[in-house]
Design a protein around this ligand. Structure first.
Ligand code: NAP
Length: 407
């Protein structure tokens, strides 16, 4: 096994560069880091698609195939970090995590597939720990605003009041954006897998499915509508809560092992603020019913086929205008353990469409943090906050238009 600290030809290889999100990552890297001190290359399975992406610029390109382990081993040995946008990850990603874990190559991705992350932890934690490979899932809209929002809030609570918040509520305030064929494919693939395999349904329903130790105090996700006094508004479900809450809870466990955790009584949940009065109630109800209807349609094979006709195809996604005019704003409320006048509210804001414009910048900055910053952890399967938390708190506002502020 080699370690990523050994000299390698590249700092970062963008794997899946020809896909919808991969192209955005490539353009972000080209705009900011072409001919810089970051040595990076793009890779994919189709050299002519890669060539058209390079378009005469000084960007090295490499080829491999997700299902050819020898080609992946050759790829990952050349770089300190693999940034991958090749998904659905449960379909295309397992051999790559195995190769990085064995070769001591750091890794970041955009998966939201909780059952697959659980499988990767179970299969590769020991190998990654031995090789020094720092593996970090969920470096996009899921779950950086959640994981890093909580990390930032807890740091503020510690600095101001010398304690950690025992409960944090995450509420989306507003966002504008679309979704891509790869995301649709990943959501449908997860539904199909859960339908066939009851163990996947159990993992999805377990609020602590990414933790290795005993569960904490949180129950399952809320799908109904409720009035949240702390936000003075009706709240509906947040579609990514089933991923983000698991990641935040894993961060707590991993950070606790080095005494920087949020405490064993820590509670965390996510929801979408809709509004006040009857209008807010009706909007939150529509959101709850809409989420349920989507899940219901996607769960039944016949209606799933119909639904797929209306969803974007792999390689497709929001327009440039939609990406540039998009944004997201979420608010987190951290409750002081004994004095509500010391509660802290934090706003996390992104200046582009969350799933693509902001996501491509967040994962690129995560990869650079893995390649260039001094990491507080050794090899293993980490979360963004536990592995690159401090680096991201500096890099995201400075470079990626994602800000964290106390309000
Ligand atoms: N967490 C988030 O916030 C977030 C946001 C955006 C996307 N995502 C996730 O990111 C993933 C990608 O989404 P997307 O819309 O960009 O997908 P996409 O456009 O379909 O791109 C998929 C990429 O995978 C490549 N690929 C497929 N099979 C391969 C193989 N056997 N070997 C090598 N490469 C292969 C494709 O190569 P070709 O170009 O050659 O076909 C393409 O580059 C999805 O899982 C999605 O859910 C997550």
């Amino acid at each position: 096994m080699e370690s990523a600290s050994l000299e390698r030809q590249y700092d970062i290889i963008v794997w899946g560069a020809t896909g919808f999100t991969g192209r955005l990552v490539t353009e972000y890297m080209a705009t900011r880091y072409l001919d810089s001190n970051v040595r990076w290359a793009i890779a994919g399975r189709n050299s002519s698609k890669l060539e058209s992406l390079v378009a005469g610029r000084n960007i090295p390109m490499l080829t491999a195939d997700s299902h050819d382990p020898a080609s992946l081993a050759a790829l990952v040995k050349q770089t300190k970090v693999i940034l991958t946008t090749v998904g659905p990850y449960a379909r295309y990603g397992s051999e790559l995590v195995a190769a990085c874990s064995e070769q001591g190559t750091h890794y970041c991705d955009l998966t939201g597939e909780v059952h697959w992350m659980r499988k990767m932890i179970d299969e590769h934690q020991t190998t990654a720990a031995a090789s020094g490979a720092v593996i970090v899932h969920t470096c996009g809209f899921d779950s950086i605003p959640s994981d890093m929002g909580v990390y930032f809030l807890q740091k503020q609570m510690q600095e101001k009041h010398g304690v950690t918040a025992q409960q944090i509520k995450y509420r989306t305030r507003a966002f504008k954006g679309g979704f891509s064929g790869g995301t649709a494919d990943s959501m449908i693939a997860m539904m199909e897998a859960a339908q066939k395999d009851p163990s996947i349904r159990r993992i999805a329903g377990n609020p602590y499915s990414l933790n290795d130790g005993p569960p904490g105090r949180d129950g399952g996700d809320r799908f109904g509508v409720y009035f949240d006094e702390d936000f003075g508004a009706w709240v509906g479900p947040f579609v990514m809560a089933g991923v983000n809450t698991r990641v935040v809870r894993r961060s707590n466990e991993l950070l606790s092992a080095r005494s920087a955790g949020y405490g064993e009584n820590f509670r965390y949940d996510e929801g979408s603020v809709v509004g006040e009065g009857a209008k807010g109630f009706l909007g939150a109800t529509a959101m709850s019913v809409g989420t349920g209807a989507f899940v219901g349609l996607a769960a039944i094979p016949l209606t799933r086929k119909g639904l797929q006709k209306f969803l974007p195809k792999p390689g497709e996604g929001p327009t440039v205008e939609q990406i540039e005019n998009g944004f997201f704003t979420v608010e987190l409320l951290g409750k002081h353990p004994s004095d509500s006048s010391k509660d802290i509210r934090v706003r996390v804001h992104g200046d582009r469409d969350p799933g693509y414009g902001s996501t491509s910048k967040m994962i690129a900055e995560s990869a650079i943090a893995l390649a260039q910053e001094e990491l507080p952890v050794g090899g293993g399967i980490w979360t963004p906050a536990s592995a690159i938390g401090d680096a991201l708190l500096a890099r995201l506002p400075a470079n990626a238009g994602v800000t964290f502020e106390v309000i």
